[in-house]
Design a protein around this ligand. Structure first.
Ligand SMILES: CC(C)(COP(=O)(O)OP(=O)(O)OC[C@H]1O[C@@H](n2cnc3c(N)ncnc32)[C@H](O)[C@@H]1OP(=O)(O)O)[C@@H](O)C(=O)NCCC(=O)NCCS
Length: 264
């Protein structure tokens, strides 16, 4: 479950309220917000009232409140039954509250909230050239993944985007379990039928004999709202147990519950 109110450093994230309309309208007349986001332009009080009523397609929206409205942060694709990998985040901070770390603090709070709710990827994108937003994303642990040409329509013109995201996936180490060696694998390295499962996993290994090196199945760790499921695909029980111990030592909430069938 995603909470309506979140604490963050020097601010609180709280639901939108009709009385926020004035401050939102004042912030959104700022030329930087008009330049870097897709809010209506020119921005009127009625646009703010409409945004508060409809959330403009966002599934969850929080006001960044630091003794008054300082900004807004919202996420999409979080209404699905299962925490999926396709959430997207967007934010702005009012001109009077910038440069105090509020966007970064808010993004970290939302990131942690989505992660604990089981989401595995938070997508992020900005118009190419939005260095302040890139900096915020990087400070919150998002990785910049590339530059997509002419992929956004901004005020009627096709413009380039810089894209990135945060994933729950960890740097996965090699593990040894008795005669088995577990070597990290990516989706492109596994048989086609396993690729969807591995691409949404937080960790995946191939189990090989430590001597001789022939493959003996795969171990895949996937997060759902019940916790982290560690599954062996034709892998020896000893290898699955070693992966489970490793993830528990990393503080992951490993669960014995079966993975919901639609997940694989
Ligand atoms: C981007 C934005 C949300 C940042 O809000 P903020 O609360 O000032 O952000 P923070 O204080 O957490 O961090 C801002 C960082 O960007 C840096 N920065 C600010 N302007 C910059 C610029 N023009 N070029 C490069 N870096 C810049 C700051 O120095 C700071 O980094 P630092 O901590 O390493 O010094 C705010 O400027 C904004 O609302 N801009 C217009 C709307 C927008 O771009 N929204 C994002 C759409 S993807």
């Amino acid at each position: 479950m995603i909470r309506d109110t979140l604490d963050c450093a020097d601010c609180q994230l709280r639901p939108l309220h009709p009385s926020d309309a004035d401050a939102i309208a004042r912030a959104c007349t700022d030329p930087l917000i008009a330049h870097w986001t897709q809010v209506p332009h020119p921005y009127r009080l009625s646009d703010a009232q409409e945004f508060i009523r409809t959330r403009a397609g966002e599934d969850h929206v929080w006001v960044i409140d630091a003794g008054g409205l300082a900004g807004v942060i919202g996420v999409r694709n979080t209404r699905e039954a299962m925490p999926g990998p396709l959430t997207e985040v967007g934010y702005w901070v009012a001109p009077w509250a910038r440069g105090r770390g509020l966007a970064t603090a808010a993004l970290i709070a939302v990131r942690d909230e989505l992660a604990q709710a089981g989401y595995q990827r938070i997508g992020w994108e900005a118009l190419a050239g939005n260095e302040a937003s890139v900096r915020v994303a990087q400070k919150a642990g998002f990785r910049i993944e590339g530059h997509r040409r002419q992929s956004l329509v901004q005020r009627g013109r096709l413009v380039d985007a810089v894209v990135g995201g945060w994933t729950a996936e960890q740097d996965v180490p090699e593990l040894v379990a008795g005669q088995w060696q577990l070597q990290p694998v990516t989706a492109s390295e596994v048989p086609p039928d396993l690729r969807p499962a591995v691409s949404s996993a937080i960790a995946a290994w191939v189990a090989r004999t430590a001597v001789g090196g022939y493959d003996r199945g795969y171990v895949v760790a996937t997060r759902s709202s019940a916790g982290v499921h560690v599954l062996g695909e034709d892998a020896p029980g000893e290898a699955v147990a070693a992966a489970r111990r490793y993830l528990q030592a990393q503080g992951q909430a490993v669960t014995g519950e079966p993975l919901p069938p639609e997940w694989l």
